[in-house]
Every structure is written in C-alpha cells, then in structure tokens.
Write a protein that binds this ligand. Structure first.
Ligand code: 5AD
Ligand code: SF4
Length: 447
C-alpha cells in the first residue's frame, strides 16, 4: 500500500483487556487506515508498535510493562515508534511516559482522533534523529466515534459499543477515571452498523457497554435497542455485556426471555455476596435483592444461563464475609464464575479510603476455593444436557482438530462435533445432540 508515492508506515497493534478494547482497536485501525497507515501482524516489520492497554488490575499493567521492556532492544537497533493507548495510558498519563522511556505516544480512549497526527509527528522526528513525545489524554463528555466504521477482523462475531464511559463509581473500579462519563450512541447509527455487519457476513453481534441498563437516547432504552438489533435481517444471534444488577429493567428481561435471537445468557456481576462488602464497594444492592433478581430471571425463563464476576479480598473482607460470597455463588449455581483477587487501583475511591489489608495469599486462596467449588456445578449443568439437542452457531474448527467443528450454545457453552456427516457449515445454526460433557465443553453429533 502506498500514499503519495511513499510506502505506507506499517503498524502492529496488540490488544489487552476487555471486549471494549477489542472494539476500540478496530476503531483505531479505521482511523489510521483512513490516513494512509497500513497494518502488519509481524512486529519485526512494523514502523509503529501500538498497545491498547487495560488498567483494571495490577497484572494487566505488568503485562504491558513486560511488552514495553521487550521493545527496548529493538528500538536501539532501528527506528520504531511505540504508542500506548487505552485505559493504562489514561490512568497513568505522564507518569507512564516518565517510567517507560521507550514510549513515544500516549493516547487515552477519548482521544483516538489525535493518534494519526501524533504518530506522524513522532515518525518524522525520528527520521530526523530527534525524539518527539505525544500525549493526548483528554476525556470527553460527547465523543462516541459515531462517524467511524470500525475496521473489523473477518469472523462471525462483531462487537458494537453502544455507549462509552461509566458513571457508577464502584469504589474498586478505575473505569470511570479511564473512560470518563457515560454517553449513549444514537440508536440509528447502531442499527446502521448492525445492518452493515449482517451484509458483510457477521452472524452474531455483541452489544457492549459498561452498564448497558443505563443506555438512553431520545426515548430509546436498552430493551428497545437490543430488540431492534435482533430484528435486523441476517443477524442470527445477539449477545450483550454487561448489565448492572441494581437496575435490571423488566422489559430487558422480557426481551432476553422471549426473543428467539437474543441469547439466553446474562452476565450478572455479583462482586460479593456480603452486604457490608457490597456497601463498601458502592454496588447499591444487597445480597437479598440480587437473589430476588436471579429468581425473577429464572421464573421468566429457566433456560437463561447466568455468569458472574467476583472480587476476593476487597479491603477488610473477613473470612466469614467471604463465606457469604462462597455460599451465594453456590446457591445461584452459575454457568461460569470469573474470580479476581482485589487489586488496588490508583485514583479509585477504595484506593484512597480503604487500606489494601487482605494478604495476597488469602486473596488467591479465596479465588481458588471459589473456582474449585464452581467446577462440579458447571460439570453438572453440562451433563444435564447429555441426550438433548442444542442449537449451536458453527464458528470454526475445533482447537484440537480440523476434522471437528466448534461453536457455542446460546448459553455460551462451547460445543465440539465431527465434521464428518455434518450438514451445517460455517455461520449456520446447527442442531447438535449432546453425547458427553466436560466442565468446559459439550460433545455430540449434528442431527
Ligand atoms: N480488582 C480486582 N478486580 C476488579 N474488577 C474491577 N476492578 C477490579 C479491581 N480493582 C473486576 C470486577 C469486574 C471485572 C471486569 O473486573 O469483577 O466486574
Ligand atoms: Fe476494558 Fe476496563 Fe480494562 Fe479499560 S480497564 S480496557 S474498560 S477492562
């Protein structure tokens, strides 16, 4: 690819963290391609290495520092511009630039429109033997990148960010500081994007927001939006993440329970099953209220799978309080539980107010106990499906064998089956009779 007779600069981008970051990487690709940059999977050939980073926990930071250190020797040998994007750039700002001298450009999640200019300046400075650092970390109350069509990777699934930012200020969470105030995108733009995706062979759309339940735009709420997206011809499945348990609207529950194209899966982060800790976390619901919501979900449609996030070792969490969480997780019976050790984040309310006083070994032990308790529950849920038929989107080759297909049920459980004798191909919905099950995977044959 060339621009104005000169070879385009090659950019290599690595993405860390959540699906919102995956989506932002697609936005960044689009912004840079429009300005004549090209992309390469080969870091060795790149003129620019970008890292789209996550700040949610300490280990996310450490991985990025590791990758930056690996770039130092390369940079000594040749011209290379290094850019850090996303939440860690926003959270650490100048401090990151000072700590990691290898970084030339830092751009936060609301400032990606400035990236092409900042990269061009840094590249041109390097070509003259100079160093020019670029920093853009302004947060915006309005930026939704409405006019940018993300440059997506091929595949069946596509993400659509329906909103940006977060106003919840859970005391442990850095996101309100890294992604700024909550703003919802225009539903018309979202629907246009969904139609475009359907026309380009994407069968599944995942709607993303920090708290999708607070989506509001000109009289539209999230239930109306997800129903409209699910009604777009050509879209076979719609998923979403994440709702907040404090304000789960009945209309959304109806949509999930009844709309044939909305997957029967709700990720409902509990975080803790102890009321004192929930209160310190600023979650604004009690254990009892959460359990009432679970009951209501199951009353509406018992097939809806629930998954959750749990933080272990929040400041001052006592063993007995952790056991409340443990018992609540067991009582709900989730399909999947994501357990995290509490990680104190700079700028957050908990970081400022509550000493990080639970020892690391205790935090990890609590996560391990949760995971160990969860395994037989997941196994039992999968075993319950043996003998029955499930609907699966054919997504690609199985990891272990190209003679087998892999896909997911609407409840988001992985299914593997033989291609031999199978009629459905990539992107189709297949009916699979389940013959056996493990903790993570269902196996069967197409009927
Ligand atoms: N420490 C540990 N886990 C955290 N999460 C968010 N912030 C922190 C933190 N400071 C977890 C929550 C959230 C998930 C995306 O990450 O469980 O739901
Ligand atoms: Fe995503 Fe949160 Fe990480 Fe930001 S901090 S990249 S929003 S997981």
């Amino acid at each position: 690819m060339t621009t104005g007779g000169t070879a385009a600069y090659q950019v290599h981008i690595e993405t860390f963290g959540c699906q919102m970051n995956e989506y932002d990487t697609e936005l960044v690709r689009s912004l840079l391609i429009a300005r004549g940059f090209a992309f390469t999977d080969d870091r060795e050939r790149a003129d620019v290495v970008l890292m789209n980073t996550c700040a949610i926990r300490e280990n996310a930071h450490n991985r990025v520092y590791g990758h930056l250190a690996a770039l130092r020797p390369i940079k000594k040998q040749r011209n290379l511009v290094v850019g850090v994007l996303g939440c860690m750039a926003q959270n650490l700002k100048q401090e990151l630039m000072d700590q990691a001298s290898v970084v030339d450009v830092l751009v936060g999640p609301d400032a990606y429109r400035k990236l092409p200019d900042l990269l061009t300046q840094a590249i041109q400075a390097q070509e003259r033997g100079l160093t020019e650092k670029g920093l853009a970390v302004d947060l915006s109350e309005y930026e939704t990148y409405e006019d940018i069509l993300p440059q997506r990777a091929e595949g069946l699934n596509a993400w659509i960010a329906i909103m940006r930012g977060c106003d919840n200020f859970c005391t442990f969470c850095v996101v309100p500081y890294t992604r700024g105030r909550e703003r919802s995108r225009d539903p018309e733009g979202i629907l246009r994007e969904a139609e475009h995706l359907a026309a380009h062979g994407h069968k599944q759309v995942t709607l993303l927001g920090q708290n999708v339940n607070s989506y509001r735009h000109d009289g539209w709420d999230f239930a109306r939006l997800i129903t409209a997206v699910a009604d777009v011809p050509g879209i076979a499945r719609v998923r979403f993440t994440s709702p907040h348990p404090k304000d789960f609207p009945p209309a959304l529950l109806d949509a999930v329970a009844d709309h044939p194209k909305i997957c029967k899966h709700i990720h409902l982060p509990l975080q803790s099953g102890n009321d004192r800790i929930l209160n310190l976390m600023g979650r604004t619901y009690s254990r009892k209220e959460y359990l009432a919501l679970v009951e209501e979900i199951r009353r509406r449609n018992e097939r809806i799978a629930l998954t959750t996030d749990i933080i272990c070792g929040f400041p001052s969490e006592a063993e007995e309080e952790f056991l409340d969480t443990y018992r609540t997780v067991r009582e709900v019976g989730y399909h999947q539980v994501f357990g995290f050790v509490y990680s104190e984040r700079k700028n957050t309310i908990a970081g400022r107010k509550y000493p990080d006083d639970v020892p690391d070994a205790v935090k990890s032990d609590r996560v391990t106990r949760l995971v160990d308790m969860q395994k037989p529950i997941a196994l039992q849920k999968n075993r319950d499906l043996v003998g029955s038929a499930v609907e699966v989107l054919v997504e690609g080759d199985a990891k272990k064998s190209s003679t087998q297909w892999m896909g997911h049920t609407g409840q988001n459980v992985t299914v593997v089956w033989d291609k031999h004798g199978a009629k459905a191909g990539l992107g189709d919905l297949a009916q699979i009779r389940i013959t056996h099950a493990s903790v993570t995977t269902l196996y069967g044959y197409e009927i």
